[in-house]
Design a protein around this ligand. Structure first.
Ligand code: NAP
Ligand code: GCO
Length: 265
């Protein structure tokens, strides 16, 4: 049974994986036997990422690549295929959020979030799928969100992008399933990373951020998730154990989507 969850001999590309969720997922893949490749938009971040992986005993190969730049993505995928090998597992993790009330948000800001969080996964998947078809197998994991299902104030662009990413996941599954490519999503709940740091900042008087208290009340597990909470589900979706799972969004949220929320005291 263990071999079904092994990633031995597999090459995994995780986008935006110098730190945060991408770094944790890639580190989990490495411990399951995969060869790790990642990208980030700045050389200094790629260098920092390589050093961080090395500190964890992981040899990772990093490339500077902006997932919204199709020329850069195609060149980087070709370089990876030449220098490391054809990609077996792709995790579309790179993403940003801009928290601005919709009627105050510029169209440029809205477009930038859609570009990175939705166009990026399209561009990278499009570059990687031909190699997977040639190889006769592939795993694509799109990092979705609670906002693939729910809205909230100030995150209109992000919710639109992550809702679209859920449907892009289902469409890749539909269009390429016959080539033994499985495309699924992971929908993390609220995870403690730099992206959510502003939502957890202590107040001036040392009390918790109101949003922090809100999320604890909305999560049955009564805690924020950690990036490590995502590694097991990601290994499952990247491994042979999920060969008949396709087009599924696996929510790893401590139960948020199942729960109406704790009654305020
Ligand atoms: P993070 O800490 O902000 O890390 C995001 C990573 O993506 C960074 O390394 C960032 O690099 C990179 N990136 C941004 N734009 C890029 C681009 N154009 N090309 C390549 N790389 C780019 O975020 P995170 O919390 O780890 O989240 C990772 C993914 O999980 C995102 O898709 C996010 O939407 C999703 N997610 C997060 C949570 C959560 O609670 N944290 C929950 C659900 C889903 P730079 O530092 O250079 O910008
Ligand atoms: C926010 C948060 C969320 C999380 C995540 C939840 O401002 O509401 O950033 O969007 O990042 O996407 O699944």
């Amino acid at each position: 049974m263990d071999s079904k969850f092994s990633l031995e001999g597999k090459i995994a590309l995780v986008t935006g994986a110098s730190y945060g969720i991408g770094f944790a997922v890639a580190s989990g893949f490495a411990k399951a036997g995969a060869t790790i490749v990642f990208n980030d938009i700045k050389q200094e971040l790629v260098d920092k990422g390589i050093a961080a992986y090395k500190e964890s005993g992981i040899h990772a190969t990093g490339y500077v690549c902006d997932v919204t730049n199709e020329t850069q993505v195609n060149e980087t995928v070709a370089k990876i295929e030449k220098e490391v090998g054809v990609i077996d597992i792709l995790v579309n993790n790179a993403g940003i959020i801009k928290r601005i009330p919709m009627i105050e948000m510029s169209a440029a800001d809205f477009r930038q979030v859609i570009d990175i969080d939705l166009n990026g996964p399209f561009i990278v998947s499009k570059a990687v799928i031909p190699g997977m078809i040639k190889k006769g197998h592939g795993k694509i994991i799109n990092i979705c969100s609670m906002m693939s299902e729910l809205g909230r104030e100030t995150v209109s662009a992000y919710a639109a992008a992550k809702g679209g990413l859920k449907m892009l996941t289902r469409n890749i599954a539909s269009e390429y399933g016959e080539y033994n490519i499985q495309c699924n999503g992971i929908g993390p709940g609220y995870i403690a990373t730099p992206q959510t740091a502003p939502l957890r900042e202590k107040q001036a008087d040392g009390s918790p951020h109101p949003f922090d208290s809100f999320i604890i009340a909305k999560t049955p597990a009564a805690r924020w998730g950690t990036p490590d909470d995502l590694t097991g589900p990601a290994i499952f979706l990247a491994s042979d154990a999920s060969d008949f799972v396709n087009g599924h969004i696996l929510y790893v949220d401590g139960g948020i989507l199942a729960y109406i929320g704790k009654q305020p005291k």
